[in-house]
Design a protein around this ligand. Structure first.
Ligand code: CTP
Ligand code: CA
Length: 235
């Protein structure tokens, strides 16, 4: 990926990206988490900054060794914190990208002190449903909290199952979320999670489906930004 070949088409644009996994606390030392590496979101942040955008990266847990250059970074732990930061920073954004792996559920309460093993064996962990941040951003745009011109991009990591293939699940998710673009990745068999390469499709709300050729997450990032930039209104 040659930096000198990058377009400078996002100059002056505000891009807000979430990346990495959320951690849902159980007690002061334990959490429920996931294996998200944050690589795709960080690659998007770097690529958007190189294309001239003013980038805010809202980052959960990642395996990234450092912070990307020329990017404002905000660190979060939980989905509830991520939601608050996304709504706050998305207010004046041109493009919002939800690349974070958000826990669907969180423990119903956080113990104030370390949970002890005790004599009775493990207590069940009761869970509450986390807010759907992506759907919430789309709602915020409809009710005027976000600007109507803001382009909202979601991600979906899917496997095929008895209900349909990866693309079927992606199409249904795009409709359910109401975002403008959905990046669909095929996962399982070591694909996507924690790897440097990614493959999938970009689906648009108006029914276009573009296959993403197998390549690095950096290459994926520029394809995703090409697509998002092409739907950002001019001016
Ligand atoms: N997402 C979100 N808030 C959540 C869960 C997911 O904003 N509580 C976002 C993710 O960042 C991603 C998109 O929604 O951009 C799709 O996430 P995914 O987990 O695939 O969708 P879910 O609606 O949680 O559906 P599933 O039952 O397949 O997990
Ligand atoms: Ca989910």
């Amino acid at each position: 990926d040659r930096a000198d070949a990058l377009p400078y088409d996002l100059a002056g644009r505000r891009v807000v990206i979430s990346a990495g996994g959320t951690r849902e606390a159980l007690d002061p030392v334990r959490y429920l988490g996931n294996h998200s590496s944050g690589k795709q979101g960080y690659a998007l942040a770097r690529a958007a900054a190189q294309r001239g955008a003013q980038v805010t990266l809202v980052s959960g847990a990642t395996s990234e060794p450092g912070e990307p250059a020329a990017v404002d970074i905000v660190h979060i732990d939980s989905a509830v914190q991520l939601e608050r930061e996304m709504i706050e920073h998305a207010r004046d954004a041109d493009i919002v990208i939800m690349a974070a792996a958000v826990a669907d559920f969180r423990p119903i309460s956080v113990a104030g002190s370390k949970i002890k093993k005790g004599d009775d064996g493990p207590a069940p962990i009761r869970l509450d449903t986390n807010p759907d941040i992506l759907a919430g951003l789309v709602r915020a745009r409809s009710d005027g909290t976000l600007r109507r011109e803001t382009v909202i991009v979601g991600f979906a990591a899917e496997t095929g199952d008895a209900d349909g293939g990866v693309l079927d699940h992606g199409r249904a998710k795009l409709r359910r979320k109401g975002c403008d673009l959905l990046v669909v990745n095929a996962v399982g068999d070591g694909k996507a999670f924690g790897t440097d390469d990614n493959t999938g499709w970009i689906l648009t709300a108006d029914g276009q489906e573009t296959a993403l050729p197998f390549g690095s997450k950096t290459l994926m990032a520029s394809r995703i930004l090409d697509e998002a930039a092409s739907v950002v209104p001019h001016g």
